[in-house]
Design a protein. Structure first.
Length: 278
């Protein structure tokens, strides 16, 4: 009886090996990213316990976590966190939606570029946090002020990245799509939108960071709820642990929102192959 031996081609082996290695090393890389934060927290805890850091200046991480658990159990932290998330979401929706609309108009239409881009470029030079006194005169010191600051912080990153993402698309791709018989809406869907998405995601990530920064300032102006108000109230009573807790909450919210955008970007831009770090 003849015996048949199947031998895998060398090229197939070479092609499959990097894929297997990449899938096995990816979880290790994710865990490796946690090493430096864990080391910093442990060093912070150790310095606090041996007396290198004064509890009045910077309490230990364990004390901050205990304060956070106490405020969570009595419901205080949940109320303030919900109000902050509501303000941030409303400001991002208003500022981001307006920026997306104006950036698209300025990027696609020559008339829109002439009419929209110059005033936006002028307003970009103004620090939006420096507009707080003027905004107080315009919209008062209520919720409108907080949402307006978040909207201003989110507007410019999304506008400029939308504008740049559209303008950086290779015009030859649009000509090829036109030659293949695609209409204007089809060209926008199959050429312009995929080409501008990478820049748009970058703008969203920058906008979320600016939104949290703006919210910190906004919630310190005549606010009755919110993480920023909680920090301001704690400062009045020298509750450093609550102040540090608020800072950690803002940092965690920024990290989680950035992580969510990274996941969405990987799912929507599966066709893109960029340079990988070695």
């Amino acid at each position: 009886m003849s015996r048949t031996t199947l031998v895998e081609a060398p090229s197939d082996v070479a092609a499959s090996a990097p894929v297997t290695a990449r899938h096995t090393t990816r979880p290790a890389r994710r865990w490796r990213r946690l090493v430096s934060p864990v080391v910093l927290v442990l060093g912070w805890e150790l310095a606090s316990r041996v007396g290198l850091l004064s509890p009045e200046k910077l309490p230990a991480p364990s004390d901050v976590l205990a304060t956070g658990w106490r405020l969570t159990r009595d419901g205080t932290l949940g109320v303030h966190l919900l109000d902050s998330l509501t303000r941030a979401g409303a400001g991002l929706l208003i500022g981001g939606g307006l920026a997306l609309l104006l950036g698209t108009v300025a990027g696609l239409l020559r008339l829109g570029d002439d009419l929209v881009d110059p005033p936006v470029q002028m307003a970009r030079m103004l620090p939006h946090l420096g507009l707080v006194p003027l905004l107080i005169i315009w919209v008062g010191i209520g919720e409108s002020l907080k949402i307006s600051l978040v909207a201003l912080g989110a507007f410019f990153p999304i506008y400029f990245n939308t504008y740049a993402g559209i303008r950086d698309i290779d015009e030859r791709l649009v000509e090829v799509a036109r030659t293949c018989g695609l209409g204007q809406l089809a060209r926008l869907r199959h050429v312009v939108l995929p080409g501008a998405l990478p820049a748009l995601f970058l703008g969203l990530r920058l906008a979320i960071g600016a939104a949290w920064l703006s919210l910190v300032v906004g919630e310190q102006v005549n606010a009755q709820t919110g993480v920023g108000f909680l920090m301001m109230e704690a400062r009045e009573f020298s509750q450093t642990d609550v102040v540090v807790l608020g800072l950690l909450i803002y940092a965690l919210l920024g990290l989680l929102s950035d992580l969510a955008l990274r996941v969405a970007e990987r799912r929507l831009l599966t066709w893109r192959r960029g340079l990988r770090a070695t």
